[in-house]
Design a protein around this ligand. Sequence first.
Ligand code: SF4
Length: 64
Amino acid sequence: MKVSVDPNKCVGQGMCVLYAPEIFTLSDDDGRAQVPQQLVQADHEDAVRQAMQACPEQAISITE
Ligand code: SF4
C-alpha cells in the first residue's frame, strides 16, 4: 500500500497522526500532514485506512 496527502485539501489538526503516528507527521512550517515514507508496511495498513476514514477533508489517498 502507498499513501499520500493532498496538501491542497489538508487543513492540519492531525486526526491522521492520532490514528497512525508512525506514518503521518505534521509540518512545523504550515501544520499540514506529511508522509515521510509513502510505502506503508503491512502492520500499519489498518491504521492508515482508519486515518483515511477519519480525515475530515478526504485529503488522504491510498493505492493498494
Ligand atoms: S486528518 Fe486529513 S486534514 Fe487532518 S491533518 Fe490529516 S490529512 Fe490533514
